[in-house]
Design a protein around this ligand. Sequence first.
Ligand code: GLY
Length: 564
Amino acid sequence: MNISRCLSLFVTLFIFTSSLPAQVFESKTFENGMVVSADKYASEIGNEILKQGGNAVDAAVAVQFALAVTLPRAGNIGGGGFMVIHLANGETAALDFREKAPTKATRDMYLRNGEFKSELSWEGILAVGVPGTVDGMIKALERYGKMPLDMVIQPAIKLAREGYVLSYSHAESLNDHRDTFRKYQASARYFTTGDTTLFSEGDLFVQKDLAGTLERIARFGREGFYAGPVADAIINEMERYKGLISYKDLYNYESKWRDLVEVDFRDYKLHIMPPPSSGSIAIAQILKMIQDYPIKEMGHNSAEYVHLLSEAMRRAFADRSFYLGDPDFVDIPLQRLLSQEYNTERMASFSPDKATASSSLSHGEIAGHPESDETTHFSIVDNEGNAVAVTTTLNGSFGSHVSVSGAGFLLNNEMDDFSAQPGEPNTYGLIGAEANAIEPGKRMLSSMSPAIVTKNGKVDMVIGAAGGPRIITATLQSFLNRALFDMRAQQATTFPRFHHQWLPDTIFIDDFGLSPDTQKLLEEKGHFIFPMPGIGRAHNIYIETDGSLSSGVDPRGDGYAAGH
Ligand code: GLY
């Protein structure tokens, strides 16, 4: 594989999707409820729902719909995601509202004259998977919410109809994508100024068509999205640009309750979103690989610590690439992947002195497709102790860039998360695995890893992140920083992170995240180090021993904690 090609792709993806200035945050502490999300409006809406007597699931649904208005690059109704729930009574649940491949999708749909055209799975109508968010939110609310749907959607409708004030980073992100929006009629109308001027911080951003769609959902439930005028509008877009999604695909879409992956580590139990999220398996494997080493004694982010964790990450990501896909389509050897015996065996080749070459590991010839940074995570705890972790996405920043005319929302480009051409190198020189090959109705593999951590049966952390594959390693470090090093909430979220994903054979570090002498020690072991402007963006809540809630808002983004 061409490593410089891959590294430049990483950096391009990052710069393209993240122009957020680093900020310094103080942790906030509240007693009765808290919402931490990527956006101030959305966090405040969630907190209001909690104050009005809604529970954490009511607030989560309100936040998801609010983000569809105020964070159009990742918040969505045209995408999908995962929700992890831990109720105060100990009941847990995992909801998969990931997009699905349309029925007409084929394994080779991105090949032209035998050549993989990666741009087709990344931008435009063929990149779109059948959206899952609306069905997911309604299903979550029906099973666990206390409030009616129209009540939790109202704040989002108001924001869409009356407008909200663009922040600097929101204005910039819209401006950065204006050339691509201009290629698609409805997106040009909704997401550019319509002339040569740019959006500015302080502009009022009104989305009347989106308000209409949200009103239909509030009134008719899932029928308001997957049937009727909104479905007609989606199908019109498919016809306009020759897309694959049919009425039947929309109407038949169903989100799915799944069994959580649970993993014990020291005094903690992690409850993590199972496949088609790859994060649970990878995090569980990494924890099992490192647990017998004197991790704490190595010291946080010492060369020894970074080396050990990177070697475990390398091995877990190699397995991810080969074994993981939609569990409804592929037989994932879960028991073995999660067994201590298997993971101890995986570390048999670990040397404390020397990096293992990725090419020397099994499945070393196979790699996953690089994933976008642009996803968003939020964490919620209510006054009864119910907790919800949600990660949601359009995949790339603003997804496919195709908007639904008359309905006011963007469609995802989630098809890019499939291995578009199994067994053959793609445009990036990478090779994907069969388990994640495109099939009609299949869900594409994800890195989104919403997780709730309990200690003695009580919720201790609600964690998760945005950042493509870095979601997995950022979430892991949000946990370890607290569990091993007793960091305070904001420290645990802020401290420099690192990431290894097997291929490219590189440790990515937060810019200025490791001292030069630590880097030198790692290089002497044979590691290649590559600094980047941020390893994931985490939005965490940590529960203190007195029961109060402390926020961990990632300074790598412009998130916000609201509580009471
Ligand atoms: N689209 C990013 C992910 O699902 O991991």
